[in-house]
Every structure is written in C-alpha cells, then in structure tokens.
Design a binder for this molecule. Structure first.
Ligand code: NAD
Length: 488
C-alpha cells in the first residue's frame, strides 16, 4: 500500500487500497488555462489491471448477495458527500479540464442525479410476475447482477460521465472498475476518495488509470462481464467490436456533430440565446453541443446578425474566474487540431462571421474565442466532421424539408434541436429526424437521469443506453421462473 493520493500523482483505488500505478508509461496533467503541469498520471501495468479486476471479482461474491436495500445505503451517503464537496471537486475539475466553475458544478449536479436515480434500485430492479400465465402455471421474471463491469470514460465530463455508470452498476449488485480519461484523472481520484468515505465494501468500486493499453487489456479481460464506453467514434467502434468479440455485453457511445434547425417560424431571440449556449458552453467540447445551425432562408440574415452580436460578448478566460463565460480548450494539442479545421474552413471558402483566433487572452492557456462561419456548404468538413471546439457553422436551407435533409445527411446521430412555434413542424421533426436525443425549443437536448441518454448511427454502438431504465437492464440479466405445483 502506498497511502492515499497526493495532489500531484494519481493512485489507483483497487480492493479498498490506494496504489501508485506501476506501468512504464504516463503523462503530465496540464492546467489548460495556464499551460502548467498540475500533476502526473502514471499508467497501470498489466499486474495492476489484473489486481483490480481480481479484487472486483472477489467482492462480487458477497455484494451480489447483499440485500438491495443495504446496497443503496452507501449511494445515499455518496450523494451527500458529492453535494458537500462539490466546490472542491469543481475546483479540481476546472484546474485540469478548463471549463468554468458553473459548468463544473452543473456537471457534478447531473452526476448526482444519476446517484439519486440508482437509489431507486429496489423498485427499478423488479421485473414481472404473472399468476396463471398458463393453466396452473405462474411465471416470474427476475433481474440478477452479472459480475464486474468496466467503464472507460472521456475527458470532457470527468465527473458526470463516470457517474452515468457507477451508481447503476453497484446498485444492481455488480462490482465496478473505472478507467477515467488520462487527460483529467484527478477528478476521478477525488470521486474515489468520496466512494471510500461512503463506505462501499472493499473491491466494489475500483479505479485504474492508464491509456489505450490499459483499456485494451481491460476490455478483453476474463474477469470483466460488460463494458460501458464513452469517447470518440473510432475508439467507440474499436471497443464495441473488440469487447463484443470477447463475449462482453457492450454499450459504446461515440462522437457527434449535432444540428440546430431554425425554422422561419422560430422565436429568433430564444433561438439565438439557446444556440450560443449550445455551441459554446464547455468551449464546444460536448457531445450534445450543436455546432451546426441550419437556418431557413427567410430568417437567415436576422438570425446570423443577432447570433454574432450575442456571441461576440462572451467573456473568455480562466474557468476559475467568476466572470468567465467560456474557458480554454482542454490542451494546446487540441487547440491546434481545432485551428486546423478553422483554416480548412477558410480555405474551402467558408465566410468567417466571427474569428475566434483574434481573441487575445493573456498567458499560455489553450484559448480560442468563439468562431462562426456563415453559408457553409453541408458537404464541407466544417459541417460534417466533429471538431469539438467553439466553432459554429451556419448552413442556409431553402425550406424546412431541406433543413431536415441536412440533419439526416449526417453520419452521426447523437442529438438535434428544432426552434419553431409551429406544432406541425415539431411533429415532423420528431418523426423524421434520426438522432437519439431530440430537442424542441431546447438548445441542448440532455435527458434527465431517469430517462436514457440516446444516441444513434455512428454516435452509438450497442442496444441499451446509459441512464434510467436502460442502465438497469444493461447491468442485469433476466431469468424467468415458470412454476407449476400440480398438488397445490
Ligand atoms: P477518446 O476516444 O480519445 O478517449 C476516450 C477513452 O478512450 C479514454 O479513456 C482513453 O484512454 C481511451 N482510448 C483512447 N484511445 C484508445 C485506443 N486506441 N484504444 C483503447 N482506448 C483508447 O475521447 P476523448 O477525446 O477523451 O473525448 C471526446 C470524445 O468523446 C468526443 O468524440 C465526444 O463526442 C465523445 N463523447 C461522447 C459522448 C456521448 O454520450 N456520445 C459523451 C461525451 C463525449
């Protein structure tokens, strides 16, 4: 045992003990607002991975037979601990990720919501019972835990996304291993400290740090029953195919390129306000961001003008400053990748209505101001590729039908939103648009935790989604008992 984690170096949390990962690789964790290192993440060795999975498998023996009412007690305590420590957790998160404090508090709140929903496991786990299903026969369906589940998570919501999985996995009687993003791993360390304080038995929740090799060892590990993954589409596809090929249950959420449709019937003021928030919150690094706005010709000019006015006012700066409305990108390397898209956009003839490259924020942070392109061709990279930064493309559509065609032309299907005051258009949008989360007069279509988090096309690989009832079904297997008592 190496003792509890320090602020500078991450520790794995496995079997109730803290250990420094023993692999050869690792990387610095950098504060994107300053460019300074805030610590280091060492990657796990094969032995670390095996130890964590073995601890989780061992804990499953008792945990799966612990009464569900007892299993949710540490979750109630975790909820209170997350609430009580949200400011310090947010500070850790902002320091390694860059988002604003309000955004960090918002994602922690969304994470807590999942803990709350999972506390309903005694009701949610009940399946069905039908007396007299056939002559003299009663049938009962029961949901049972399966073993140890893994979650592999991305950098952009380091508190919320692990909590899309952890509470449901353990409430249903499974044990859990988290492999958080190596770009901002300290938030997961802080959550693991709170998990320890909440009093889960040793081995029920485990955290192992690392990169692709760690993931690849875990997703084919004999001791792992199922895998939840969230990240970019190429890695989601790889994890889905590899883990499913190894016989695991898998849900893999991938990348996105979402659309807002602004109809000629929209309340333009509301549409502008929501579009700014949807495109630029979290510096555009959200799978539910809407970085493409498809605007009907009749309202294109007034919408574009009002949008540029509203966006130009956003205060860009360090996430810990109270007046900051948009923080830096997660890293200098990611900023370079976003800048390349901006330059390609200019080269492809995109009309820059707002050039974020001109925004000057003092210091070495990886800042890029909000950027808006007008009259983008739907076939251009700006409208098709996931940029994952504060870059919004406006596409002109001659009518509502053409706008829906642009949305459905995307290979991604995570989310889409419509702004309109016409109920008929809203109905058509709901029926015709192929995306997992649909918003009407809502800029960011983010479902509450008691609904599943949708995703379609190349944004999702699998069947059962995260959150809500889908999560309960993902983490359990259903057995049906068929009983006949001829003498009864
Ligand atoms: P990423 O795919 O680079 O990394 C995600 C995880 O995969 C990390 O834990 C990382 O260690 C691991 N990983 C990276 N390369 C790997 C490889 N070759 N083999 C095995 N594992 C590997 O994603 P990111 O940059 O951290 O996060 C941003 C992406 O996540 C965006 O594409 C975004 O749209 C997506 N995302 C999707 C959702 C959703 O709900 N669909 C939610 C949040 C983020």
């Amino acid at each position: 045992m190496d003792g509890p984690p320090t602020a500078e170096t991450v520790r794995n949390y496995a079997g109730g003990t803290w250990r420094r990962p023993a692999g050869d690789e690792g990387r610095d964790v950098v504060n994107p607002a300053t460019g300074e290192s805030v610590g280091r993440v060492d990657f796990s060795s094969a032995g670390d991975v095996d130890d964590a999975v073995a601890a989780a498998n061992e804990a499953f023996e008792d945990w799966s037979e612990t009464a569900v009412e007892a299993r949710i007690q540490p979750l109630f305590r975790l909820k209170r601990l997350l609430e009580g420590n949200q400011e310090s957790l947010a500070e850790t998160l902002v320091t390694e990720h860059g988002k604003t404090t309000d955004e960090a508090l918002g994602e922690i709140r969304r994470g807590i919501e999942n803990v709350e929903v999972a506390c309903g496991a005694p009701s949610l786990m009940q399946a069905g019972h039908l007396p007299h299903a056939a002559p003299d026969i009663d049938e009962t369906a029961v949901r049972k835990p399966l073993g140890t589940f893994l979650a592999v998570t991305p950098f952009n919501f380091p508190a919320m996304i692990p909590l899309w999985f952890l509470p449901y996995a353990v409430a249903t009687g499974n044990t859990f291993v988290l492999k958080p993003s190596e770009r901002d791993p300290f938030t997961a360390v802080r959550i693991a400290e709170l998990v320890e304080e909440a009093g889960f038995p040793d081995g029920v929740v485990n955290v192992v740090h690392g990169g692709p090799d760690t993931v690849n060892r875990l997703i084919t590990h004999d001791g792992i029953e199922g895998v939840s993954f969230v990240g970019s589409t190429p890695i989601a596809r790889h994890v889905y195919e590899t883990a499913a090929g190894a016989g695991k249950r898998v849900q893999a959420q991938g990348g996105a390129k979402n659309h807002i449709v602004v109809s000629a019937e929209a309340d333009l003021e509301h549409a502008v306000e929501q579009t700014v928030s949807s495109a630029f919150a979290n510096a555009g690094q959200r799978c539910l961001a809407n970085p493409v706005a498809v605007v009907e010709d009749a309202v294109y000019e007034p919408f574009a003008e009002a949008l540029v006015d509203a966006t130009g006012d956003l205060t860009v700066g360090p996430g810990l400053d109270a007046d900051t409305e948009m923080g830096p990108l997660v890293s200098a390397a990611h900023r370079e990748s976003v800048l390349e898209y901006v330059e390609t956009g200019v080269a492809e003839g995109g009309r820059l209505l707002l050039d974020g490259r001109e925004r000057d924020v003092p210091g070495e942070g990886s800042y890029l101001g909000p950027t808006i392109f007008g009259d983008v061709d739907p076939d251009d990279a700006l409208a098709r590729e996931e940029i994952f930064g504060p870059v919004l493309a406006l596409v002109r559509a001659s009518d509502f039908g053409e706008a829906l065609d642009v949305v459905n032309g995307s290979r991604f299907g995570n989310a889409a939103s419509l702004f309109t005051r016409d109920g008929g258009e809203a109905r058509r949008f709901r029926h015709e648009v192929d995306a997992g989360n649909l918003g009407v007069n809502v800029g960011t279509a983010a479902p509450m935790a008691f609904f599943h988090f949708g995703g379609a096309k190349e944004s999702f690989f699998g069947d059962l989604h995260a959150q809500g009832e889908d999560a309960i079904r993902f983490y359990t297997d259903e057995t049906v008992y068929i009983e006949r008592w001829p003498d009864a």
